[in-house]
Write a protein that binds this ligand. Structure first.
Ligand code: CP
Ligand code: NVA
Length: 329
């Protein structure tokens, strides 16, 4: 008999907080909520829910996704930017957590330390959702998996190759998401940026239980053979700006370009998609790329028919809505 899933009252700090079944439940709910919105039906699943959105770092998608998703279902949000609140400055995180938890029904946190989101969850007494920290980006991984499943109609056995900074928040969350969902994950990254042993051991143990693999492969040409998903992210994450020159040197060979996409053997057969969590340095329309050209992905790949980055961006909203509905109602 199928176990009944009940996520009410739960926080999401990292993907491993979810069981395999809970992860798939959220993706199924996101599919249903997406269909509901496409039919033009808005609901009241989050009616009278007040949601705090704390942002220490910048955001376009995550902030917008939480806002639109809440409003679609009758909830309301309050944006609390880093210059607006006392969190961790005039007031301890623990005190802010207890105050916000008395007023809001849930808290989203985007910022630097994973520890901060942990303290919020420990003391707020309401669900706390991690909207990105230095270590994890779990709501991104939900949207990534939803997008992959939309395209291939399954996750089990799909080969996902992540190119670039192989130990950043997006990579680590997707890696664990794939291991839980039965997808094979290749982290294509130089040794200097590979995840630590403890992290790899943990995720590989999960993968083994789910009959899939998680591997690290430093050689791009070898990594992408047979890839069905090629994924990349910026080479320098928020907060690591001082690493810029070093990263550029290290990660240049890991750029996703048409040559690399062809090496998958799946271009032209509708057999491979390109994903990126965004924002992306792909064209000459940012200050940085006007100077340096495309970085982690070329414009040709970004704009190709197999690039599903805007479906993926849209799916941030549907998966975040699913997370809010599941944990608040
Ligand atoms: N992918 C993502 O988290 O985008 P934002 O930084 O714009 O929220
Ligand atoms: N790894 C990136 C993701 C941005 C959505 C960062 O942390 O800046």
């Amino acid at each position: 008999m199928k176990k009944r899933i009940n996520l009410k009252g739960r926080s999401l700090l990292k993907i491993s907080d979810l069981s395999n079944e809970e992860l798939i439940y959220l993706l199924d709910l996101a599919d249903r909520l997406k269909r509901k919105k496409k039919r033009g039906v808005l609901g009241n699943l989050l009616a009278r829910k007040n949601i705090a959105l704390i942002f220490e770092k910048a955001s376009t998608r995550t902030r917008s996704a939480f806002t639109v998703a809440a409003v679609d279902e009758g909830g309301s949000v309050e944006f609390l930017g880093r210059h607006d609140i006392h969190l961790g400055k005039k007031e301890s995180i623990k005190d802010s957590a207890r105050v916000l938890g008395r007023m809001f029904d849930a808290i989203q946190f985007r910022g630097y330390k994973q520890e901060t989101v942990g303290i919020l969850a420990q003391y707020a007494g309401v669900p706390v959702w991690n909207g990105l920290t230095d270590e994890a980006h779990p709501t991104q991984a939900l949207a990534d998996l939803m997008t992959i499943r939309e395209h291939f109609h399954r996750l089990k056995g799909i080969k996902v190759v992540y190119m670039g900074d192989g130990r950043n928040n997006v990579c680590l969350s997707l890696m664990m998401g794939c291991a839980k969902a039965g997808a094979n994950f290749v982290d294509c990254t130089p040794g200097e940026l590979a995840p630590g042993h403890a992290r790899l051991d943990e995720v590989q143990a999960v993968a083994r239980r789910n009959a899939c693999t998680v591997t690290v492969e430093p050689e791009p040409a070898r990594a992408v053979i047979g890839a069905q998903v090629v994924y990349t992210d910026v080479w320098v994450s928020m907060g690591e700006e001082s690493e810029f020159d070093k990263r550029l040197r290290l990660l240049k060979p890991y750029q996703v370009n048409m040559g690399l996409m062809r090496q998958t053997g799946n271009v032209g057969r509708n057999g491979v998609i390109f994903l990126h969590c965004l924002p992306a340095f792909h064209n000459h329309e940012t200050e940085l790329t006007r100077k340096l050209g495309a970085l982690e992905v070329t414009d040709e790949v970004f704009e190709a028919p197999f690039s599903k980055v805007f479906d993926q961006a849209e799916n941030r909203m549907h998966t975040i809505k699913a997370l809010m509905v599941a944990t608040l109602t």
